[in-house]
Write a protein that binds this ligand. Sequence first.
Ligand SMILES: [Zn+2]
Length: 194
Amino acid sequence: MIKHMNEFIYTSYINKVITMKDKIIFNTLFNILKYKSHWYNKLKKIKEFKISRSRSLSLNIQVRFSGDKWYHAGTINKQLRPNTKKQLTYALRQAINYQIQRWSKSNNECRLCVHCNTSSSLQVDHKQPSFAFISKSFLRQVQLRPPNVFSYHKYGCKFRVQDRKFRRIWSKYHEKIATYQWLCKRCNLKKGTK
Ligand SMILES: [Zn+2]
């Protein structure tokens, strides 16, 4: 069961020392232990994690406090099963991030929120249609099967090298449709809750 459940986590982290810098995985492990009541008081003292494979092929979580010794803290179960849909969304976003950066650079002169005209804390917003709309319509019509295993980087998921074809088709699709505008953080939030 464990075999397919979190391939992306264990292939990239097994036997590596995980520090607070590896924010996402660190917090994931942290949250797993949070639900084990006898760990609650020790949590804040954890400096590092390590995931290792046990003989039964399940995954063990080990923790280290200030010293050198590793302590067994638990076994990874379903809670660590990554949400594939969410991962796919991260990867889709990551794959077109360069387009957003490019737009942002070439529209740097006219940085004003299109709603309230402020020039502070601006963000690039998908004008029309939204990112969610573009990605949904892409997934509806794409001929290739969307990846369900991803590689991992510090801001989330990205497509693996072997899925570059999928990534390329997506990024072309997105590039044709996406239009952007500047929105300040506040107006962007407001738009998101509408
Ligand atoms: Zn605004």
